[in-house]
Design a protein around this ligand. Structure first.
Ligand code: HEC
Length: 111
């Protein structure tokens, strides 16, 4: 027999499942960005850069950098800032290619 409480539990299970499925699709597209955000924090980018008002001031605000720079530019700039902007003072990104890709995906999402 379907008691109200069983119905409630059933609905909760359904809701949880659909959330999990949505979360899964979302996380596949967003996992790189989330990882990139972690790398951004770990590597101390925020010490010099602000995003939406939070962070350092030594470098430019990165809030809209994803609209301003494409992935190729960002990738090259992370590898060697000076190769892209000769007078650049920013230190090159130190990390694996995989970490760099995630970081670029994160920067691209800042629009
Ligand atoms: C020591 C301070 C410092 C740190 C740490 C730093 N940056 Fe920078 N960044 C700068 C400065 C200064 C510039 C402006 C160009 C220059 O003079 O090098 C810049 C420029 C940039 C730009 C280009 C912005 C634009 O549109 O021209 C991006 C993107 C960027 N930084 C991302 C990062 C990321 C990601 C990290 C972490 C891996 C990081 N920065 C760490 C100082 C820093």
């Amino acid at each position: 027999m379907v008691t109200p409480s069983r119905l409630f539990v059933g609905l909760c299970v359904l809701a949880a499942c659909s959330l999990a499925i949505q979360g899964e699709t979302w996380s596949q597209a967003g996992s790189d960005r989330i990882k990139g955000n972690q790398i951004y924090m770990e590597k101390g980018c925020a010490l010099c850069h602000a995003i939406h008002g939070k962070g350092g001031k030594a470098g430019p605000d990165l809030s809209g950098v994803g609209a301003k720079r494409d992935a190729e530019w960002l990738e090259q700039f992370m590898i060697s800032p000076k190769a892209v902007v000769p007078q650049a003072k920013m230190p090159a990104f130190k990390g694996s290619a995989e970490e760099r890709e995630a970081l670029v995906a994160y920067l691209q999402s800042l629009r």
